[in-house]
Design a protein around this ligand. Structure first.
Ligand code: AMP
Length: 185
């Protein structure tokens, strides 16, 4: 049982590394962004509710995200643990996650934050070619400012709890993954 949070700004490589961790540690990857995009693609009620928010690069309301994550984490597949990617993204979400874990006798085993200079983040996002509607220069600017304002405080929240491991997010995918394995073991 291992609950890991992979944290960092947009373009830091969270999704890529979370996929590798899922395979290596045999723990399911939970990406809130992927769930939202899937719902938008399938035109579900949730998808319709969040589409314009994702398109703008803003944050989905805490209550919506927290309900979604709690529902998801209650599924038996997460009995082994979880690799959380893209959540928590606000201090309120972090507090809700902590209470949820506490109520369920679980804890965060590792909080990994990927560090990448802002210039490189922008270059990576604009060249990744995943066809995301929020990967345009204007949206990326907004997503980075939302990150600074709403999400960066989550790092301080967990730093105060003494659980943060900083990972240098510059290098090849394999180099970064080696750093993650070292930090988790
Ligand atoms: P991501 O794939 O993690 O970059 O997320 C893409 C978009 O989904 C974000 O820009 C937000 O609009 C939305 N989103 C994903 N996770 C969250 C979250 N934890 N809280 C609020 N909005 C989120």
């Amino acid at each position: 049982m291992m609950n890991i949070i992979i944290f960092g700004p947009p373009g830091a490589g969270k999704g890529t590394q979370a996929e590798k961790m899922q395979k290596h540690f045999n723990i399911p990857h939970l990406s809130t962004g992927n769930i939202f995009r899937e719902n938008i693609k399938n035109e579900t009620p949730l998808g319709k509710k969040v589409k314009s928010i994702l398109d703008a690069g803003n944050l989905v309301p805490d209550e919506t995200v927290v309900d979604l994550v709690k529902d998801e984490l209650s599924k038996p597949k997460y009995d082994k643990g979880v690799i959380l990617d893209g959540f928590p993204r606000t201090v309120a979400q972090a507090e809700a996650l902590d209470s949820f874990f506490e109520e369920n006798g679980k804890k965060i085993d590792a909080f990994l934050t990927l560090t990448v200079p802002e210039e490189e983040l922008i270059n990576r996002i604009l060249s990744r070619g995943e066809g995301r509607s929020d990967d345009t220069p204007e949206k990326v600017k907004n997503r980075l400012s939302v990150y600074q304002k709403e999400t960066a405080p989550v790092l301080n929240y967990y730093k105060e709890k003494g659980a943060v491991k900083e990972i240098d997010g510059v290098g090849s995918i394999e180099e970064i993954f080696d750093r993650i394995k070292d930090a988790v073991s």
